[in-house]
Design a protein around this ligand. Structure first.
Ligand SMILES: O=c1[nH]cnc2c1ncn2[C@@H]1O[C@H](CO)[C@@H](O)[C@H]1O
Ligand SMILES: [Zn+2]
Length: 359
């Protein structure tokens, strides 16, 4: 059995549930848009800018990592810029072999140029539609609307997500600095979404530990965990390899709560030390509902292909493992059940069956 190569992984169908729109611009697009609006960038050519983002984001702290978004958000304040960024985003996902994507961003961060929240969502949807059409239907894309956890607009954004639920928005999320901003700060928004039979994920257990995960699940009712990597703090492994799960870790595994894991991003923010010591290895062995994601392709200089390939290299994963991650992700998508099943049965399974056959 040979290990999947980078090129083979690129061609395999992949699913991404955790990918930020404002974290996945092409460096060349940032340069062009910045010139149009007169935004001052730290460096002016695309190649150095790509490097600058990766280096500046590699800070060991989530707060400093997030500062780099000032430069992407600044150039995403007009209808045309949002359409372009959204369209290119889909093109890049298609080139990466992604067949289903949930792409998140915070509409409240894109109103400085005078757009309304509704106009922001409409512009992003226009870009996604154009990208999907150009790809001839090889990809399905949905929006997730994020509220910033240090702000106080979560109820408004939750209402926006519900208003757009049949027009391309599949769910809701909160993001931003985690320490000091617990999920329960936005409890009214989560309770509203539950009453509306709506879906949401919460960034939790990235820069803060178990209390954040516990609140996200047991107080707020999150369907999935953004990162959730610190669930490892509730798992002990003895010297003789005996594994014991605490009550929260057991709950997360028993209820099959999806973990949107983003290995490279975690190393940059200091949530994990390296790929080979990343908790994804143990969580996969213990059969948590693990999914693999990019988080921010620009800041991490990564792609779904690269995240998968890094895991192959670090843990010796083969096609069966990559198929498992992919099906886990598709099962956990905020898409209606029949549509999820169709992608699993008609796209993912046949492609991996062929790859497994050939290896
Ligand atoms: O990994 C992360 N943890 C927390 N917040 C994040 C992460 N990546 C991006 N954002 C934040 O989400 C906003 C909307 O997309 C971004 O502007 C950034 O501030
Ligand atoms: Zn994120």
């Amino acid at each position: 059995m040979t290990q999947p190569t980078l090129e083979e992984v690129r061609r395999a169908p992949k699913v991404v549930l955790h990918d930020h729109l404002d974290g996945g611009l092409r460096p060349a697009t940032v340069v062009e848009l910045a010139r149009e609006v007169g935004h001052q960038l730290p460096v002016d050519d695309a190649e150095s800018l790509g490097r600058w983002f990766a280096e500046a984001a590699d800070s060991g702290s989530l707060e400093r990592y997030l500062e780099t978004f000032d430069h992407t958000v600044a150039v995403m304040q007009t209808h045309d810029a949002l359409v372009r960024v959204a369209r290119e985003f889909v093109e890049d996902l298609v080139a990466d072999g992604v067949v289903y994507a949930e792409v998140r961003y915070a509409p409240e961060q894109h109103v400085q140029g005078g757009l309304s929240l509704d106009e922001v969502v409409a512009a992003v949807q226009e870009g996604f539609d154009a990208g999907v059409e150009a790809a001839g239907g090889r990809i399905v894309v949905r929006q997730l609307l994020t509220a910033m956890r240090h702000q106080a607009r979560s109820m408004e954004i939750a209402e926006l997500a519900v208003a757009w639920r049949d027009r391309g928005v599949a769910g809701f999320d909160i993001a931003g600095a985690e320490a000091g901003y617990p999920p329960t700060r936005h409890l009214d928004a989560f309770e509203y979404l539950q009453r509306e039979n709506s879906h949401f994920t919460i960034h939790a257990g990235e820069a803060f530990g178990l209390p954040s995960i516990w609140q996200a699940i047991q107080w707020c009712g999150a369907d999935r965990l953004g990162h959730g990597v610190r669930i490892i703090d509730d798992i002990t492994v003895d010297a003789d390899g005996q594994v014991t799960l605490g009550r929260l870790a057991a709950y997360v595994r028993d209820k099959r709560i999806p973990l949107e894991m983003c290995p490279s991003s975690n190393i940059q923010t200091g949530a994990a030390e390296s790929i080979s010591t990343h908790p994804i290895g143990l969580l996969t062995e213990l059969r948590f509902r693990v999914t693999v994601n990019t988080d921010n392709r620009l800041m991490s200089g990564t792609s779904m292909t690269q995240e998968m390939a890094l895991l192959v290299e670090a843990f010796g994963y083969g096609w069966e493992d990559l198929r498992w991650f992919t099906i886990n992700a598709m099962k956990s998508a905020f898409l209606p059940f029949d549509e999820r099943l169709a992608i699993i049965d008609e796209v993912i399974k046949p492609a991996y069956a062929k790859l497994i056959d050939q290896s």
